[in-house]
Write a protein that binds this ligand. Sequence first.
Ligand code: COA
Length: 380
Amino acid sequence: MNEVLITGTGLWTPEYGVTNAELVESLTRAVRKWNADHAAEIESGELEERDLPSEKFIVRASGVGHRYVIEKEGLLDPDRLRPHLPTRSEDELSIQAEICVAAAEEALAQAGISGSELDAVVVGASNIQRAYPAIAIEVQDALGAGGFAYDMNVACSSATFALQNAIDAIKTGSARRALVLCPELTSCHNNFELREFHFIFGDACTAVVLESADVAGAAGGAGTGESWSVLGTRLATKFSNNIRNDFGFMNVAEDTPRHPHELLFRQNGRQVFGDVCPMVAEHIATHAAEVGVDLEDLKRFWLHQANLGMNKTIAKTLLDREPSPEESPVILDEYANTSSAGSVIAFHKHRDGLEVGDQAVLCSFGAGYSVGSVLLRRRS
Ligand code: COA
């Protein structure tokens, strides 16, 4: 089996930032209008009055303070509450491919290789903008990469599931250099009409370059020279309806039309919190034991970024003490939940101070339920 290294990471951050205050102001106006427009149905008991959102609740319940989005005016417009994206022609690069290329460029530069040296491209995301041709194949074409490319979706866990696919391909020799991308445009699947969901998500795209150790550094480019050995990967799934999105190709054929809210993200957040924290802690503990890594020797926990309390609970269970902010880095205060991109953003932005030989874990979790972990050791 080939040794697999991560030699570069990249991040695309949208240019528009949205604060909790802006979001709450827009939804407050929309809720007041909705309640006024539906006063008669609310009075008769046919509909329930909608409650007003609160900034204080958002920060206390989730730790989210801000998010970046691909388009801001549409989603803050109380009469629209969803982004406004112009339709692109088939001759133009699709939006998700474009953000993949932007993140890929940074990751390729770190690795010191060009796109033409890649022989696998995997796009993993909660939402992919069309059924086919795959966004990954469009990115492969745009970067001049060879080999093969495909899209896959395991919701928020897409990052680690896609990483395991790329790692397995390099281990067994079906690829030598792979690129894993998580183009998350969550603002297009988020429900900005309801206060329990409107604050949760943000947009971003991450890229990770993986190489077989025998070719890493041989491309002649000026990379950073930093590399991380993959010690092991572990995936697990357990069916649950607690996080759902029923958008799909069969919607047009269904007998009963779907309520528009069913075609967007929805969850029983409290239930998810309770179910997923122990699942993730046990998953990481088992993985570390299998690979022979002591939990106390894990210097960093780059966890999926859905909820600050969840991440504290998971790290505390594993370490048997409160994690320091350096040990369990937080990006969701600035980025919110960027679905599969979150754990990779944490890895991309918070690996300073780790030395050669240091061990750490990257872990994503979410709908399915699903959880995946990648154990890493800094190699150079
Ligand atoms: N503003 C004000 N009040 C709000 C609100 C808002 N935006 N959203 C919900 N509330 C209210 C609720 O209506 C509820 O009121 P009630 O007690 O009168 O019924 C109360 O606040 C508590 O709501 P609840 O949904 O139980 O809050 P919570 O503490 O569980 O926090 C989440 C909600 C979503 C932040 C939290 O459950 C979470 O992050 N869970 C994990 C989700 C996750 O990881 N998902 C993975 C997806 S990738």
